[in-house]
Design a protein around this ligand. Structure first.
Ligand code: GTP
Length: 608
């Protein structure tokens, strides 16, 4: 295709502002699918994405659009993941485009996620076309939102799109969709590239397809990719034979080649996504490029937890299921782990909490596994002093079970993040308190209109568990949150053990800052007191640091017959109690001689 007829763009939007609906409309207008096929949103593939409305894997669609100037254009629409956990994949997708549509809800206005993504887009020198969506809503205020975009984002948004302003749309009714396409063609610059130069293609994304093996999404910079070509992955160092070249319209369509400036997919008999790392550069084995494209990064998991089957007999099933998930997701890692009380399981690493939840949900839903998830942990860098027999050394610890002996620890460093929170004024007080309680350091606070934007530096371990849930609940869902990692800082961290009936429960032990240890310990003991059913004997629950008990609760002993108090009462209530007791049993773990229900492991960690 003639380079001047190509437009590569992505859509940036805050969750729920209408990105997927708009994408579907663009596909529909360009005739990529029939009405029946359109009935389901096409870009969000996985069930979980659909249910939660979050885009996880980037997908790209090629559209042919015949513009009002009579010319036909090749539009490559790149869908990007909508969550901070997948920031690196987003950056690689953005690097493959020359422009972006910035979709803003006409009733909601600019939100934190919008801002974070738009800044990234600006960093990639994108031409940004603002799209004010949902203008059909009674609460829509497109003019106010246009001004807000100018004020906060700093790009022109007032005026008509022909004058460099924004396009007004309703992705729901179909209003303004052709204007979006016209604005794309008119305002987003075509890509540049040289067909005769050595091949350089950027690996934008990869996923596992049961029929095709690993499918690789590429953006060709220079040269041409075609079937039969022997290619080399410059960072991965492997060589492969290209056996298929094509694009998605969104149906998979084979193509003779992918030229400079174009986006498409290849397959090359690759069995594991691990071998097709996002950000790698693909070149030819013969006469290839000598320098890789910039921007390659190896993504590292930042949040770890243990995954154990509730029923020990499910271990093999868990091993198999985890292996299958990993086929499709190179950013998730795992290794076998055994715990005194939980038996055999896996220690798994994730890009963030949402990533963890997605994997956990897929294991329970798609593979029908009941799991116990231990407390999420970040990676601590522990500096150990020398002893008589050993030199001083530095170790990275992501499992509280591996925490070294206190006497050997010189210092501990923990990862910190910079969080940007964007909220309506009225919730600011509660949000500041939350950040303060989580050891946050405020670095900025500004007001725009009736909203506040606050930035905090926070230790990652204070955020991994339930920060996001808490933020959403205290702001009734209005506050938005975005973060980036800013490196390690020294902290006074200690390991807290939880003892149930005098026995340490390894799945509940966690690393905490000394200043909050007592409060957390007390909170956990109180919650566990409610979560663990009464037994025939008295059960002490204690939180301890080293040998020192910092909190304690006691579960009173149970009278022998649960239904005793129902004597003379009605029979159905009695039956209910027995049923409940039976059900409870199926999802319990025996700890020493105490049964702990599955829910308790996670619920105990929620910080009230
Ligand atoms: P993520 O995938 O989570 O980022 O969300 P999204 O930005 O893709 O939003 P999506 O397209 O799923 O739309 C969110 C909700 O807004 C859905 O219920 C849509 O039906 C609705 N919606 C989208 N566009 C419009 C519109 O123009 N008008 C109205 N009234 N509703 C819309």
């Amino acid at each position: 295709t003639d380079l001047s007829k190509i437009r590569n763009f992505s859509i940036i939007a805050h969750i729920d502002h209408g990105k997927s609906t708009l994408a579907d409309r663009l596909i529909q207008v360009c005739g990529g699918l029939t009405d029946r096929e359109m009935s389901e949103q096409v870009l969000d593939n996985m069930d979980i994405e659909k249910e939660r409305g979050i885009t996880i894997k980037a997908q790209t669609v090629r559209l042919n659009y015949t513009a009002r100037d009579g010319e036909t254009y090749e539009l490559n629409l790149m869908d990007t993941p909508g969550h901070v956990d997948f920031a690196y994949e987003v950056s690689r997708s953005l690097a493959a485009c020359e422009g972006a549509l910035l979709v803003v809800d006409a009733a909601q206005g600019v939100e934190a996620q919008t801002l974070a993504n738009v800044y990234q887009s600006i960093e990639h020198d994108h031409e940004i076309v603002p799209v004010i969506n949902k203008v059909d809503l009674p609460a829509a205020e497109p003019d106010r939102v246009a001004e807000e975009i100018e004020e906060i984002v700093g790009i022109q948004a007032t005026g008509s799109w022909q004058e460099g302003g924004s396009v007004h749309t309703s992705a729901k009714t179909g209003l303004g969709i052709e204007d979006v396409l016209e604005a794309l063609v008119a305002r987003i610059p075509p890509p540049q590239g040289n067909r005769d130069a050595p091949l350089k293609a950027s690996l934008v994304d990869s996923w596992y397809d049961p029929y095709l093996g690993v499918v690789i999404l590429v953006r060709v910079i220079d040269g041409v990719l075609k079937k039969g070509l022997e290619v080399r992955f410059m960072q991965g160092g492997t060589q492969h034979l290209v056996d298929r070249v094509g694009c998605f319209t969104p149906k998979r369509t084979d193509l003779p080649d992918i030229g400079p400036g174009e986006i498409g997919f290849i397959t090359a008999q690759i069995k594991e996504v691990e071998q097709a790392r996002v950000g790698d550069t693909i070149t030819t084995v013969k006469g290839g490029a000598d320098k890789a494209l910039p921007g390659y990064k190896e993504v590292q998991p930042v949040v770890f937890c243990g995954l154990f089957p509730v029923d020990a007999a499910d271990f093999e099933k868990l091993r198999e299921s985890i292996g299958k998930l990993r086929l499709n997701d190179a950013s998730f890692s795992y290794e076998m782990e055994s715990s005194a009380a939980l038996g055999f399981g896996f220690r798994a690493g994730f890009l963030g909490l949402l990533h963890l939840e997605i994997i956990q949900e897929r294991l329970s839903r798609e593979y029908d596994l009941d799991l116990i998830t231990t407390a999420p942990s970040v990676v601590y860098r522990v500096h150990l002093g020398h002893t008589k027999n050993e030199d001083a050394k530095v170790v990275d610890i992501h499992n509280p079970a591996d925490w070294p002996d206190v006497n050997r620890i010189d210092t501990v460093e923990e990862p910190w993040i910079k969080a940007t929170i964007y909220t309506p004024d009225e919730y600011l007080g509660a949000i500041l308190k939350l950040c303060q309680d989580r050891r946050g350091v405020q670095t900025n606070l500004t007001y725009v209109g009736g909203r506040a934007q606050v930035t905090y530096e926070l230790p990652l371990n204070e955020v991994v568990f339930d920060f996001y849930d808490r933020l959403k609940s205290i702001s009734r869902g209005y506050a938005s949150f975005d973060y980036e990692q800013i490196g390690l800082r020294e902290g006074d961290l200690v390991k807290m053990n939880i003892m149930v009936n005098a026995e340490a429960v390894d799945a509940l032990s966690l690393i905490v800052h000394r200043s909050v240890a007592e409060e957390r310990g007390r909170g956990m003991c109180e919650r566990l007191k409610d979560l663990i059913p009464r037994h025939l004997f008295k059960i002490p629950i204690q939180a301890a640091i080293g040998g020192k008990i910092i909190a304690r609760e006691t579960i009173a002993a149970l009278r022998k017959d649960v239904t005793a108090k129902c004597y003379g009462g009605d029979i159905s209530r009695k039956k209910k109690l027995l049923d409940k007791q039976k059900k409870g049993k199926a999802r319990m773990r025996e700890y020493g001689n105490v049964s702990i229900p599955q829910e308790a492991f996670i619920a105990a960690l929620r910080m009230g």
